[in-house]
Design a protein around this ligand. Structure first.
Ligand SMILES: Cc1cc2nc3c(=O)[nH]c(=O)nc-3n(C[C@H](O)[C@H](O)[C@H](O)COP(=O)(O)OP(=O)(O)OC[C@H]3O[C@@H](n4cnc5c(N)ncnc54)[C@H](O)[C@@H]3O)c2cc1C
Length: 426
């Protein structure tokens, strides 16, 4: 939470890895403290956005339940996350319709789902599965995490002892600042080590797992990925909760492929059959760069993949437009925070210059063939063709480096020959 939280609003709880309700409480407090509630329209979904260059405005079509509304704005800042909220990744399994129990995708989870004393199979081993399995194993009869291939799983204490110690005699804001920076530097350092010495880091992680799961457990099969650490996001678990569930025999891991669904479970390619009352398909998300919004320039559709990101925050040739894309090698939100700061600085600069338009100028020399993210995860590979590209040099390159970005966004001037400030008559 010290790096997931806002820079300006300290996280004051003991737990550094928090649950949904306490994150929601933190967000609600932030909204109330800054009197933002009247600025938020809930249950409004933006369908389309067209830049009208004659008028220098974005024309939006917005859906509120069954009602379509139109709104305009001068500057459009997309903060709709990075995955489709309506279309999760749902591979179709053979004979899926024959399963007689419930099949649930976690993206459509609701609190009415009764899983008490039920046998559950969770398909997947990404962040969602790793979070769900120990949580539902508390009430379920047994939970099987069925994975095609393992992910790196690392446990950290949910409470940070240095945070608790410093809070005893330092003001909350100072402690938050120090712990935030401790964690930022630690994350950067471990990412650097993993990329520089992947084999050593891999061995270190596997050694920790041996301590958690015991010498008899088949770590090679269930927790040793074929890829190097940080070629995909790592899964962080609080207080070894997943390992504790496995050790208590409330959860188990099966590494195999689904052959087909059957009326009472899943037949695996190895010939083994596992049974369940409920199957949860934690099979992932679909990446989405423009928040499912049909974005057009004078009614001509923008194809994000044909454009470069400018500082990873704007799109080449698109005026008065910014988008949030966080870090994949650190807290996503560190970059979301920086993007907000950048957009504020940019709008203030436009005001200072007395102009109503600003767009990154397309730089043909910066186009290489570089994908926005260098990650092997399925959701990244499936979605890269929607995403903007990164260029081969600054400001078109996506460095994934918070320390570097702080200079570019917070400290240095944002004036730049690649940014065109101009006024269009209204
Ligand atoms: C399983 C999982 C675990 C994660 N764990 C971590 C973690 O430990 N640390 C971390 O930093 N990040 C984590 N993330 C990433 C996490 O999603 C982000 O850090 C955080 O939620 C990003 O906040 P956001 O406000 O940018 O986007 P989101 O939280 O995705 O919010 C986007 C909002 O925009 C709305 N929206 C989308 N499209 C439209 C539209 N067209 N019109 C209107 N509204 C729209 C959505 O309904 C949603 O309310 C995790 C993600 C997943 C899926």
């Amino acid at each position: 939470m010290h790096t997931l939280g806002f820079r300006f609003k300290p996280w004051i709880h003991d737990k550094s890895i928090a649950d949904g309700p306490s994150i929601l409480e933190y967000l609600n407090e932030t909204i109330d403290e800054n009197d933002l509630r009247n600025n938020i329209l809930l249950n409004h979904s933006v369908n389309s956005a067209n830049w009208n260059s004659d008028k220098s405005i974005w024309e939006l079509e917005i859906k509120e339940k069954d009602l379509l509304k139109n709104m305009t704005c001068n500057f459009l800042f997309l903060c709709g996350g990075y995955f489709s909220y309506s279309k999760p990744h749902m591979p179709s399994f053979k004979n899926q319709e024959k399963f007689e129990g419930q099949i649930i995708h976690p993206q459509f989870w609701n609190n009415q789902i009764d899983y008490s004393d039920k046998k559950i199979i969770v398909i997947g081993s990404g962040a969602t599965a790793i979070t769900l399995v120990p949580a539902i194993s508390e009430r379920a009869n047994h939970v099987i995490m069925l994975q095609r291939s393992p992910s790196y799983v690392v446990s950290r204490p949910s409470e940070d002892s240095i945070n608790k110690f410093l809070r005893k005699f330092l003001p909350i804001k100072v402690t938050y600042f120090l712990i935030r920076w401790k964690n930022i530097l630690w994350q950067s350092y471990t990412f650097f080590l993993a990329r520089k010495f992947p084999q050593k880091i891999k061995e270190g992680i596997l050694e920790l797992l041996k301590d958690e799961l015991g010498p008899e457990y088949n770590i090679q099969k269930h927790f040793t990925p074929s890829y190097k650490p940080w070629d995909q996001r790592m899964c962080l678990i609080p207080d070894s909760d997943l390992f504790k569930a496995i050790n208590r025999n409330k959860a188990s891991v099966v590494t195999d492929k689904v052959k087909q669904f059957e009326s009472d479970g899943i037949l695996l390619e190895s010939g083994e059959k596992i049974t369940a009352d409920i199957i949860i398909t934690a099979t992932g998300i679909e990446l989405n760069s423009l928040n499912d919004i049909d974005v057009t320039l004078d009614n001509i559709k923008i194809n994000a993949h044909e454009r470069l990101t400018y500082k990873g925050m704007m799109l080449s040739g698109v005026p008065n437009f910014a988008l949030t894309f966080g870090y994949v090698n650190a807290s996503w939100t560190l970059r979301a925070d920086l993007t907000c700061e950048y957009v504020c600085r940019l709008i203030n600069l436009m005001d200072k210059k007395g102009v109503n338009c600003c767009a990154p100028i397309d730089d043909e020399n910066a186009y290489g063939d570089d994908d926005l993210i260098d990650f092997t995860s399925g959701y990244v590979q499936r979605g890269l063709h929607h995403m903007p590209k990164q260029g081969n040099k600054a400001p078109w390159k996506n460095y994934q480096n918070y320390l570097k970005d702080i200079f570019a966004v917070r400290l240095f001037s944002i004036k730049d020959s690649n940014l065109n400030f101009y006024s269009q008559k209204k």
